[in-house]
Design a protein around this ligand. Sequence first.
Ligand code: HMG
Ligand code: MG
Length: 302
Amino acid sequence: MQLPSRVQLVEVGPRDGLQNEKQLVPAEVKIDLVHRLQDAGLTEIEVTSFVSPKWVPQMADAAAVMAGIERRKGVRYAVLTPNMQGLEGALASGADEIVVFGAASEAFSRKNINCSIAESIERFAPVAQAARARGITVRGAISCTVGCPYEGEIAPERVELVARLMKEIGVQHVGVADTIGVGTPRKVQRALEAALRHFELDAVSGHYHDTYGQALANTLASLELGIWHFDTSIAGLGGCPYAKGATGNVATEDVVFLLHGMGIETGIDLDRLVDAGAAISSHLQRPPNSRAATALLNKRAS
Ligand code: HMG
Ligand code: MG
């Protein structure tokens, strides 16, 4: 089986990772995290979300965080934008990429963005159009592509429908998200194949939360399909405030260890990545939620 020789990671720690933290993380700490991530070689970073601060208080400093980052050539900075108001913030902040986020589950769509799937697409259409008119890349995230905290198992047909609707409104790249981490390799492959009916292989990524410890297996299963874009979160941070019990995305350190061990290039320096994870974990006063980071930190200490 021919696996991709190179993988592009989108680091979502500053956004997906921190959005669920109860204690407000100061903007300087978020900015420092982004700097450390780009120092480690990450070239695509999901920095923050221009969402309602009433819904996600942790992201209320989106403009300040974007303004505080020292931009590096070759790095793309992405932000979440649920509506036109979010897009205005994103444009003012100079984001390179925006993410509209919908769901394959009606119940989750309502809980997360307060509208139905159909309404969300109507809302995203002008956002995608206005962003593209300005040369900004438009990604779409599809939540709950395998399971939903409110509806249970989700059929691949539902993923296909949302992928098609996103394609129709000009979304350029779609992320297949296992929001609550219940996916196992074959189920995740079915969800990816559903998205692949409407998007090219180069335009589909995997976004796997690791709640049940399946995310690395799901990453490998995705590589088997030729998928070579993944969202990962430094130190395994995160979860969605509207998906109770869901833990963080698969740790970037673990995915990089897996990929490098298989001879797949990422352009990332694992040692510096571990430093970035250790720094944010130290701020949050807990050890990194990454097996590879823990092992490498123990090895350094011994
Ligand atoms: P709503 O209450 O229906 O919105 O929320 P509204 O249009 O009626 O506005 C209500 C208030 O929000 C108004 O303020 C607006 O100005 C304000 P007020 O007049 O009451 O003072 N508002 C905004 N403020 C700042 N930025 C904005 C914005 N929009 C409205 N963009 C809304 C609808 C979509 C805004 C809300 O539900 C929301 O912000 N949801 C975001 C939820 C979220 O961020 N979830 C986590 C990210 S998704 C995720 O983690 C999943 C992912 O990782 C993939 C996966 O794992 O599944 C991507
Ligand atoms: Mg997520």
